[in-house]
Design a protein around this ligand. Structure first.
Ligand SMILES: C[S@@+](CC[C@H](N)C(=O)[O-])C[C@H]1O[C@@H](n2cnc3c(N)ncnc32)[C@H](O)[C@@H]1O
Length: 265
């Protein structure tokens, strides 16, 4: 694999758009940990990068030592950096593994997870894969588990559709935040229906070649539509625009069809 993602992480300069996105992700992680049921908190971070989102929170969170599970990334240098940070924090119940997070099997040791991180994925894969991943998340989550995700709102903005797909998959929206001066957005959804049985061997997504990614050539600086606030749009105050929302692709390989997901609402 190229060093592309190592270079991408250099974008986390203080004051940068990525740093502002990180601050929002961390706040939502902190809230998920604060509200997690008593006992061990199982974590699955998909495409974790160097893990700075969750590890930044665990550095001072009172429940840090109750968190167990996996961070998965396939870039060797980022995994090495993340492991160093993990060791420095003394969080022995967490493992940083170098592997393919797009395969459900890779996450098996951390399933069912109370907290699933899917940050930096949805802008790099096809819309169909975004839909597929969301539809399969109830197989990775524990009852009441939270998923935190990101996606740019560059046009055509897929985030209203993503939020609808989460609801159709049995999740309730906890938060939807936009990042000041940026197209980036962060969502948090909690599984409100029963988790689905875990299945090994599922492919959730495939990172597209750079030029084919939805984010390719799109502005990361915000171009604010008239009347839209710059930051902190809450789902309850501003529900997804269903008129614009696209229909999800058929859910091949899933035992639940669309009728099944309707039944869960
Ligand atoms: C945009 S970065 C996001 C990193 C981190 N989640 C964040 O938000 O800071 C995408 C990450 O996905 C990783 N990646 C891409 N395809 C992967 C795969 N199939 N399995 C595991 N990691 C993958 C890259 O190495 C990179 O670190």
């Amino acid at each position: 694999m190229s060093r592309e993602w190592v270079a991408w992480h250099e974008g986390y300069r203080p004051g940068s758009r990525l740093a502002r996105r990180l601050a929002i992700v961390r706040r939502l992680i902190r809230s998920a940990l604060d509200h997690a049921p008593r006992g061990r908190i199982r974590l699955l971070s998909l495409c974790a990068g160097d893990g700075r989102d969750i590890l930044g929170v665990l550095a001072d969170h009172p429940r840090a030592r109750e968190v167990e599970g996996l961070l998965i990334d396939r870039e060797r240098a980022l995994v090495a950096r993340g492991r160093q940070r993990l060791a420095a924090l003394g969080l022995s119940r967490l493992r940083f593994v170098r592997g393919d997070a797009s395969r459900s099997t890779s996450g098996a040791p951390a399933v069912p997870a109370q907290l699933v991180l899917a940050c930096g994925i949805f802008g790099n894969v096809s819309d169909r894969d975004v839909a597929r991943t969301i539809a399969e998340l109830p197989r990775l989550c524990a009852r009441g588990g939270t998923v935190i995700w990101t996606r740019g709102r560059f046009p055509p903005d897929l985030t209203p559709t993503i939020r609808r797909w989460f609801v159709e998959a049995g999740f309730a929206e906890l938060a939807f935040r936009t990042v000041r001066g940026s197209t980036a957005a962060v969502g948090a959804h909690r599984l409100r229906s029963a988790p689905l049985p875990f299945r090994r061997g599922l492919r959730l997504f495939t990172f597209l070649p750079k030029a084919q990614r939805p984010s390719a050539g799109r502005p990361s600086r915000a171009v604010r539509p008239a009347g839209e606030p710059a930051q902190g749009v809450s789902a309850r105050r501003r529900p997804p625009n269903r008129a614009r929302a696209r229909r999800p692709p058929p859910r091949s390989g899933s035992p639940r069809g669309r009728a099944g997901s309707r039944g869960r609402r």
